[in-house]
Write a protein that binds this ligand. Structure first.
Ligand code: SAM
Length: 270
């Protein structure tokens, strides 16, 4: 008899496959999927989470980039009518193609760490479709997402994720739960998009711009880091003390700065 196909984990696809049944069970319990739901799993790999997700009776779409994994996933799950396999890059995926009702999609993934931040930003652009997200990420990334103002973890990722979502750091997972083991600790995070934004900006792209500019040099005062965008007088007009450093400002203050920027005349092009 022929040997079953052994997939060799590929570094370039960020492949660290979960094999610890206890951890898999804990993740599935945290997600707590039900049969009426529509789930989307990003990077199903060899199906470590997929099987349990399908066991809930929910409809499950998966997006997998690695062509070599497609036959494995087909062999395991193609007979399942609630399973839909999408081959491709989750970073380029059009989530509207899933035809999910607004605020219904539950997104899940043990994400490839090399693309986790851009992927989460891509998902946040589709936040209106999403009910919640559960991700395995590098522990350090989860700490930055869940951080509050005042410390070194507070930055662009914390602010932009918390602008859109409530963030919960659920639990940590050590390298031994994966094959091959990653070099870093991991953690599970739950992100729930706000139904109503607590601090809506006039233009969220301006918020992104102010935050990026402010944290480009996080040791400097706002007056200095924002010089190219807002004069000191406009920072004060937003009710923000320009002598503070960016990490001392909360989300609401960054939104006030972005709204102040929205009032500025467009620079004339030459
Ligand atoms: N879910 C599986 C598990 O827990 O064992 C695999 C997790 S592994 C960390 C990440 C998975 O994402 C791999 O299957 C990898 O091939 C896939 N992947 C990597 N880049 C991707 C991308 N851009 N779009 C979709 N899947 C991707």
């Amino acid at each position: 008899m022929s040997e079953p196909y052994q997939h060799r984990a590929r570094k370039r696809f960020g492949q660290n496959f979960l094999h610890d049944a206890g951890v898999i069970h804990r993740i599935l319990r945290a997600i707590h999927a039900r049969d009426s739901e529509h789930l989307l799993e990003i990077g199903p790999g060899q199906g470590a989470l997929t099987e349990g997700l399908l066991g809930s009776g929910a409809q499950l779409d998966v997006i997998e980039l690695d062509l070599d994994l497609i036959p494995i996933l087909k062999a395991k799950f193609a007979d399942e009518p609630r399973f839909r396999l999408n081959q491709g890059d989750a970073l380029k995926f059009d989530f509207n193609s899933l035809q999910a009702a607004p605020n219904s999609l539950r997104v899940v993934g043990n994400l490839p760490y090399n693309i986790s931040t851009p992927l989460i930003f891509h998902l946040l652009n589709n936040a209106h479709l999403i009910r919640d997200m559960h991700f395995m990420l590098q522990k350090e990334v989860v700490e930055r997402m869940a951080a509050g103002p005042g410390g070194g973890d507070w930055g662009r990722l914390s602010i932009m994720v918390q602008y859109h979502c409530q963030v919960e750091h659920l639990f940590n997972v050590g390298p031994g739960a994966f094959n091959p083991p990653p070099k870093v600790d991991s953690a599970i995070v739950r992100l729930v998009p706000h139904q109503v934004l607590p601090h809506p900006a006039k233009d969220h792209r301006l918020l992104e711009r102010v935050v990026r500019e402010a944290f480009n040099q996080r040791r400097k005062t706002l007056r200095n880091t924002l010089k190219a965008l807002l004069p000191a007088s406009e920072i004060e007009a937003a009710g923000v003390d320009g002598s503070l450093r960016p990490e001392q400002l909360d989300l609401a203050a960054f939104v006030r700065l972005a709204d102040q920027l929205a009032l500025q005349p467009e620079p004339t092009s030459t």
